[in-house]
Every structure is written in C-alpha cells, then in structure tokens.
Write a protein that binds this ligand. Structure first.
Ligand code: 4NP
Length: 155
C-alpha cells in the first residue's frame, strides 16, 4: 500500500451512511495496524456542523464505536487533491463527485459496495427516511465493504 493512501467516504448528508463507513473503516484499519488519513463528507450542505444522526450514533455504539464527536462537512475541491481514494455510498453521490472532480485530480473514485465481490453497481441504501433497523443494514453493508476495501488497498 502506498504511504500516501488516504480515503474519504461520501454520502449526501454526511450524517448517516458516510460517518458509519468512516467508523467501520477506521476500525478495520485499527485491527490491521494500518495508519492512514480517513474522513467523510457529504455532497449536500444541509447538515454542515451537525453530529451524526442519533440512529447512526446508536448503531455505531451497538458495535462498540463512539461517533458522537464526528461533525458533518461538505465535500470541497481540496478533497480531490488531499485524498487518494474517494468512496461514494451511492450512484448519485458518485455522479456528483465526477461532476465536481477537477481535471488535475488523480483521486480514484469508486462506490463503496463495488469492493465487495458480486456487488458492483449496488448502492448503500439511504436509511434516513426509514426506521432504526435500516441503520443496521447500513452497518452491515459498510462494514463488509470497509474490510474488502482495506484488503484491496493492501494488495
Ligand atoms: P446520508 O443520509 O446521506 O446517509 O447522511 C441523509 C441525510 C440527510 C438527508 C438525506 C440523506 N436529508 O435529506 O437531509
């Protein structure tokens, strides 16, 4: 793995899926003893400065991780040079990132679940408008994708 590998996880609001993806990937890196720059951001600006959704916080807590200090921010132009890999939660996020990416940026864009065998093209479903159980599905999706992504980056 390149010493400069760094990963930004992106969803729409940066309060549900991408904070959980960030948490799962941080945990995977910790377990593997790998250090790298990791962050998350949203394509939208509605929740800038907010803590993760309470249901996302509760889900992370159930899995032993405290994300209450995370704060939402919006993707910036700078992110495209700061991070080597930018990982979108769904196909809309990926399209928005492609539109925002400066021509000179070499950041590799991908979708979270494409790192899991057999899940190419699948989005991490947005749990925002559903119940708490949807967040558990989000956790399952992002944690197995986080493991698979780290595995790929280490090859
Ligand atoms: P996220 O979920 O993109 O996973 O953080 C959402 C959060 C907020 C909204 C939509 C999705 N919203 O419409 O405010």
């Amino acid at each position: 793995m390149s010493r400069k590998t760094s990963v930004l996880f992106v969803c729409l609001g940066n309060i549900c899926r991408s904070p959980l993806a960030e948490a799962a990937f941080r945990a995977a890196c910790e377990r593997a003893g790998v250090e790298m720059e990791i962050d998350s951001a949203g394509t939208g600006d509605w929740h800038i400065g907010n803590a993760p959704d309470k249901r996302a916080q509760a889900t992370a807590r159930r899995h032993g991780i405290d994300i209450s200090a995370y704060r939402a921010r919006q993707v910036s132009q700078e992110d495209f040079s700061r991070f080597s890999h930018i990982v979108a939660m769904d196909s809309n996020n990926l399209e928005d990132l492609r539109d925002l990416q400066p021509a000179a940026s070499t950041a590799k864009l991908s979708m979270m679940l494409e790192h899991v065998d057999g899940h190419r093209g699948r989005s991490v479903a947005d749990p925002y408008f559903g119940g708490e159980e949807g967040f558990e599905i989000t956790w399952k999706d992002v944690s197995r994708a986080a493991d698979a992504l780290l595995e790929r980056l280490r090859q």
